[in-house]
Design a binder for this molecule. Structure first.
Ligand SMILES: C[S@@+](CC[C@H](N)C(=O)[O-])C[C@H]1O[C@@H](n2cnc3c(N)ncnc32)[C@H](O)[C@@H]1O
Length: 347
């Protein structure tokens, strides 16, 4: 609980800037910063996160569920925050989305604190933030920087529809339309690996099917159009992805059994005839790799007899030994452009 990431340590080091009446923390890290802030007692704390892993961890650490908003939009607060703390996000577009959504919520004299790792590009945000108001650097330490933004003009109201994008693709004569939002994988186009995965799905899908790490929902929705009898569940950790998935299902007339917010397979109940996935991959963030390893190890217990696991992954990732250990075999169904599609049957 006391373990803090470097950005959180920098915030704690500058505790004087945390003196406020109402703080909204946006995209906190999976650490003890928010519980620590809540313990101060004198400040009212609310949290917005798009990560189910962070939401459930905060609840485990004793933060009241009522203070945490998990979703694609920050609900209008009963009382406006005078301070927003925003943790730097990797996607520039998602950052702009979070700024557009949070700045209109601030009180008239409110300010926004932006914190993040120097190696993740926080310094470039000093310039970008200047488009929203006065920016000052507060501190730089622990390989991180902390800035304060005081908005000058009244920001325009946030309209989520302005941030939606869509694309359309045809695979095996099945046309799929996908709706996406900032930060969602595949925002605006079909990924090369995802296309390869769909191309291997010519036959053999029936019964209960789970799309793990569904992103915009394109894999599951395509499967439901190709094999109309399946009972489809789609799962992601990311609330932005789940919002896009619901929309993708709606515009394709696909009616899923469940759209599940889950960190890994934690919240999944029941067993499946097939689990399909373009799982999260290693991008220098250790936990991303662990998520997929754990998913592969646990997938067998969620498959019915003769149920199949089918995934696509970057060919360099060492998933086949894990799949072989779990299932006793690992078939290669396709390989192209640096991606490989693997299948294993629960036999
Ligand atoms: C490579 S993307 C694939 C998205 C989509 N299936 C496609 O092919 O376009 C992987 C997805 O896994 C999700 N993800 C990452 N970590 C996760 C976790 N711990 N539990 C569940 N889903 C996770 C990401 O949000 C992302 O949507």
């Amino acid at each position: 609980m006391n373990v803090l990431t470097n950005p959180s340590q920098l915030l704690v080091k500058n505790s004087d800037v945390l003196e406020a009446e109402r703080i909204l923390v946006i995209q906190p890290e999976n650490d003890g910063f928010v519980p620590r802030l809540c313990q101060q007692g004198s400040v009212s704390v609310n949290v917005f996160t798009t990560s189910e892993a962070v939401r459930s961890r905060l609840v485990d650490l004793g933060v009241s569920d009522a203070c945490i908003a998990y979703g694609e939009c920050i609900p209008a607060p009963e009382e406006k925050p005078d301070t927003v703390i925003l943790y730097l996000q990797k996607s520039r577009e998602f950052m702009s989305y979070l700024l557009a959504m949070s700045l209109p919520l601030l009180t008239d004299n409110g300010r926004l604190l932006l914190v993040g790792e120097n190696g993740s590009g926080i310094k470039s945000w000093q310039k970008r933030l200047a488009a929203y108001g006065d920016v000052e650097k507060i501190d730089s330490a622990r390989h991180c920087s902390l800035y304060v933004l005081t908005p000058v003009d009244k920001p325009s109201p946030f309209v989520i529809n302005d941030w939606k994008a869509s694309f359309e693709e045809v695979v095996h004569d099945v046309c799929i339309m996908a709706e996406t939002l900032p930060g969602v994988f595949n925002h605006g186009r079909l990924d090369v690996g995802t296309r390869l995965l769909l191309e291997t799905m010519e036959a053999g899908f029936k019964g209960d099917v789970l799309d793990f790490g569904c992103g915009s929902g394109v894999v599951g929705a395509w499967l439901a159009k190709r094999f109309p009898g399946i009972r489809l569940s789609l799962l992601d950790n990311d609330a932005m992805a789940l919002a896009a998935t619901r929309e993708t299902c709606r515009i394709n007339d696909v009616d899923p059994v469940a759209v599940i917010a889950s960190n890994g397979l934690e919240s999944v109940r029941g067993r499946f005839n097939a689990i399909v996935s373009n799982p999260p991959f290693h991008e220098g963030v250790k936990t991303q790799y662990e998520t997929t390893e754990q998913f592969l190890k646990a997938s067998k217990s969620l498959l019915k007899p003769k149920g199949r696991l089918r995934i696509v992954a970057n060919s360099f990732l060492r998933y086949p030994p894990i799949i072989e250990t779990v299932f006793g075999h690992c078939h290669v169904l396709a390989k192209r452009d640096g991606f490989t599609v693997y299948e294993a049957i629960n036999g």
